[in-house]
Design a protein around this ligand. Structure first.
Ligand SMILES: *Cc1c(COP(=O)(O)O)cnc(C)c1O
Length: 434
């Protein structure tokens, strides 16, 4: 870092807000017309369409192995819910608030059921084709047969994760028959370790922090030519799995006759950790809706790595620790100190902005969401909920004003990223905390 903290503080109010752990809104001065922003990206519309087609090919297999997806034809998708009571409780804002319930995605109960599962399926398809047991035209249900499982058993998958990514990679890999190892820090939640072990996943714990677990997982995987390491910070495959969410959302909006166009803006608020999940979803949405969709990332005040990387322009060249921020937050899905450089650079011209939220607010919103709508979320998943108020009336209101956006016609989507797999007694602790 070339500048001192005092120099950063003088660059603009957002830097002092971040250092002092104050909630803040950062509107992206680097936002350009979507066509220009998409043009320079490393991933394309064809890549996203390829990922969607791959998930379609796997749908018969998924429907067979995870019967809870059968009604949706083997597609792993979540409801888009009206939350009128919660919307009223949040304030009297124009427009309409919807909740995208990735918290209730089948198989692993978080947004990681998009990217994480997609990356494992991508690997399985590649291996099965190479081994001569699968062609693209086959019914993929055959991958559940013993001969295919025996082939996958010769291969391994590894990931470093304290939470939801580990669950989704672990569950999907074990179901296919891969040998799978999740590297975790010892302070990771006991229920997650127990659940993974119950599904046949090897959990390795490390005394140091989470980055130690990732580094060790990466090192061990590199030593094994039959082992695939899922790289949360750099994986384009993960990113593409997340991006498919956009066309699924488009269908859900159409079913509800909700238009998105120059007269009807769409705002989307996405909780952000390392960036792959929210980045992939937002990228997919920009491909479909261009300048009519406005995407914001939401982070905890104690772990604002993406806001910091984008606002400084340093991406993964700066960490929250460099700003004297401790990274400690109840929003464990977002407790990341350094953002993905791939995601930061890809989204820098496309993202409308970022904002930060205090843990206390997340807990209050968690309680409010349960009381008003009977929806149980984990703390991370609430970070998108304050977005509507910030854009309509709060520190983000200049964004819509400067662009002349018609807020009375707007739809706002808070992306609820996880919660349904949290055991009831742990969730009750969250609820009691506010
Ligand atoms: C992982 C996760 C996120 C953020 O995804 P990133 O890819 O890390 O940015 C948000 N919410 C929950 C619940 C998560 O598990």
């Amino acid at each position: 870092m070339e500048k001192t903290l005092a120099q950063w503080r003088a660059e603009g109010p957002v830097f002092g807000d971040l250092m002092d752990l104050r909630e803040t809104v950062w509107l992206n001065p680097g936002l350009v017309p979507a066509a220009a922003g998409l043009d320079g990206a490393d991933v394309t519309a064809a890549d996203v369409a390829g990922a969607a087609a791959r998930l379609e090919r796997f749908a018969p297999y998924i429907a067979r192995v995870f019967p809870e997806t059968a009604a949706a034809g083997g597609l792993i998708e979540s409801p888009l819910a009206e939350i009128p009571v919660m919307q009223r409780a949040l304030g009297d804002f124009p427009g309409r608030l919807l909740l995208k319930q990735d918290s209730h995605l089948p198989i692993s109960g978080s947004i990681k059921a998009r990217g994480g599962i997609y990356e494992v399926l991508h690997l399985a398809e590649e291996i099965a084709i190479r081994e001569g047991v699968l062609s693209l035209e086959d019914n993929y249900e055959k991958l559940a047969e013993p001969d295919c499982r025996a082939i996958f058993g010769r291969y391994a998958v590894a990931v470093g994760s304290t939470g939801n990514l580990g669950l989704s990679i672990g569950i999907m890999s074990a179901a296919l028959g891969f040998r799978v190892t999740v590297h975790m820090s010892a302070d990771a939640r006991q229920w997650k370790k127990d659940m993974l072990r119950s599904k046949g996943v090897t959990v390795v714990e490390y005394a140091g922090d989470y980055s130690k677990a990732v580094a060790e997982g990466r090192r061990q995987a590199a030593a094994d030519p039959f082992c695939h390491f899922v790289d949360d910070e750099n994986s384009k495959t993960l990113f593409l799995g997340y991006a498919v969410a956009a066309e699924r959302l488009k269908k859900q909006l159409e079913e509800r006759h909700i238009p998105v166009d120059g007269e009807h803006p769409l705002f989307v608020y996405l909780p952000c950790g390392v960036g792959g999940g929210p980045g992939g979803v937002a990228f997919g949405l920009k491909l479909i809706y261009g300048d009519n969709v406005h995407c914001f990332f939401a982070e905890p005040t104690h772990a604002p790595c993406m806001t910091l990387g984008l606002a400084t322009g340093l991406h993964d060249g700066i960490s929250v620790e460099d700003f004297g921020i401790d990274g400690k937050t109840a929003a464990d899905g977002l407790a990341v100190g350094r953002a993905s450089s791939f995601v930061g650079r890809t989204m820098a011209p496309l993202l409308s902005g970022c904002y930060t939220v205090e843990d206390d607010r997340l807990y209050r919103l968690l309680r409010q969401m349960a009381d008003t709508e009977h929806i149980r979320l984990e703390p991370s998943a609430l970070a998108g909920v304050p977005g509507m108020g910030l854009v309509c009336a709060g520190a983000g209101s200049a964004y819509a004003r400067e662009r002349g956006l018609k807020l009375e016609n707007a739809v706002h989507i808070a992306w609820a990223t996880g919660g349904s797999m949290v055991p009831p007694e742990i969730w009750q602790e969250y609820y009691s905390f506010s």
